[in-house]
Design a protein. Structure first.
Lengths: 232, 220
């Protein structure tokens, strides 16, 4: 696929891999930090307000400013782009992890303990799977936002498909800008659908009964109010 | 860390940076000016729409679709698109700002009004309130926290987008960042980034204040 991308920017595949690696890497990093942090907030509720407040403050820092402030620590590299995006993912995910874990019915939790499940086993095999739809809803929001925000990295030279936008200005080519936008949106839609697929595969108990599951936890928790963040 | 503090000290310590057309007050004024303008416009468009769709219940699917697709749009891409199309100026920057700020306000207003307890709406109607009274007297106050969250999200989004807009010759606090990157002058870069962070913190503080002022104590 050529799409009129100037060759000095790299091939379409190179850009694609670069872009997705940064966006998905940031999502994964954010998830890996959000899970234990969210768990901490559920176990010790007094930590939740400060953690949430801290996350909100970090979330509000404009992405360009965040990238640039990290240059002093991580230089001009992909890490400088991935870390802020991971922080934004974290900020979106923590409420979802907390709400998801809290939504586990107490009766279910007690049954597991009564059956002899250790705390850890119960957590991994009972609580987390039940919380999965809520967490994945947040992850989808965050990943879509990450995919669009990687483009901003172009301003420090690490933007994958964002470099198309810089080239569009320099070469005065409208088509490049349109290509960049379309590619980004398509990537976001595909990854969103893939994550939905992951959710469908990972929650077979929600598939069995037609009355519950799918629409109950998706779309309500934490997709409200987080609709911005297409890039900052 | 020391490097950062050094640059910060240098940027805010140089008195030349506090005066003139490129000075800190000017940059802040530009940035806040555009933020207020864009937020006002976005609110003026999205709020009534959200109220109407929320109150009547129609158009929910469209609202959700708009909100979800806006998240996928790259900010930098939209800015570049508009500037290559219509040159440098206020309107080419304003359009992406509005495009990214309207969805959160619209979605949250819609969700806020829809989320009002039907029993409350019923009681209001039962008390003889007219449709307008029900909306503004009963539903809106209850929906207000969510609406404020959405507006705050939009405001933060605008501040961030305006920062990036410096890459297409906009002014504001992004200007020192972009110029500094071009000249390898990290004093400017760090200073600009600090200003941008300050702007977003001020926005957060303003909305925290608005929340205390406007939201009924019974809801907090």
């Amino acid at each position: 696929m050529n799409l009129g991308i100037p060759s000095y920017l790299g091939s379409f595949t190179e850009l694609l891999v670069d872009h997705l690696a940064m966006a998905l890497g940031a999502s994964l990093l954010g998830l890996v930090v959000a899970l234990p942090l969210g768990l901490l907030c559920v176990r010790r509720p007094q930590w939740y307000p400060p953690v949430l407040a801290g996350a909100s403050v970090l979330y509000s820092i404009p992405s360009l400013a965040f990238f640039v402030l990290l240059i002093a620590f991580t230089g001009i590299s992909r890490t400088t782009v991935v870390i802020p995006l991971a922080v934004y993912t974290l900020a979106v995910l923590i409420p979802n992890v907390v709400d998801g874990l809290r939504a586990v019915p107490e009766s279910v939790r007690q049954s597991a303990t009564a059956m002899g499940y250790s705390e850890t086993r119960r957590l991994l095999t009972v609580d987390l799977p039940i919380a999965l739809p809520t967490v994945l809803a947040g992850l989808r929001v965050a990943t879509v936002a990450n995919i669009s925000m990687v483009s901003v990295g172009a301003l420090i030279g690490m933007g994958a498909f964002g470099s198309l936008f810089t080239a569009a200005v320099q070469l005065d080519r409208l088509g490049l800008a349109i290509t960049g936008i379309v590619v980004t949106v398509v990537m976001a839609l595909v990854v969103d659908a893939a994550l939905l697929g992951v959710q469908w595969l990972a929650t077979p108990w929600l598939r069995r009964t037609r009355t519950q599951g799918r629409t109950r936890t998706q779309g309500r928790t934490r997709t409200q109010g987080r609709t911005r963040r297409s890039a900052r | 860390m020391n490097t950062l503090l050094h640059y910060l000290g240098e940027y805010f310590g140089t008195s030349a940076n506090w005066t003139g057309p490129g000075g800190i007050p000017t940059r802040l004024r530009e940035h806040f000016g555009y933020t207020v303008l864009a937020l006002g416009l976005a609110f003026g468009i999205a709020f009534p729409l959200g109220l109407w769709t929320g109150h009547t219940g129609r158009g929910g699917a469209v609202v959700t679709l708009i909100a979800n697709s806006a998240r996928a749009l790259p900010t930098y891409g939209l800015l570049v698109l508009l500037v290559v199309l219509s040159g440098i100026g206020l309107v080419p920057v304003l359009i992406p700002l509005l495009a990214l700020a309207i969805p959160p306000i619209l979605l949250n207003t819609y969700e806020g009004i829809r989320g009002v307890d039907p029993a409350l709406t019923d009681a209001a109607r039962g008390m003889g309130m007219t449709r307008r009274q029900v909306l503004f007297g009963a539903q809106l106050p209850v929906a207000l926290p969510l609406i404020l969250v959405g507006t705050r999200t939009a405001a933060v989004q605008i501040v961030a987008t305006a920062t990036i807009a410096a890459a297409v010759s906009f002014g504001g606090v992004g200007r020192p960042i972009v110029d500094g990157l071009a000249r390898n002058d990290y004093t400017l870069v760090v200073g600009g980034a600090a200003l941008a962070a300050v702007c977003s913190l001020v926005v957060l503080a303003i909305f925290a204040g608005l929340r205390r002022l406007l939201v009924s104590p019974g809801l907090r």
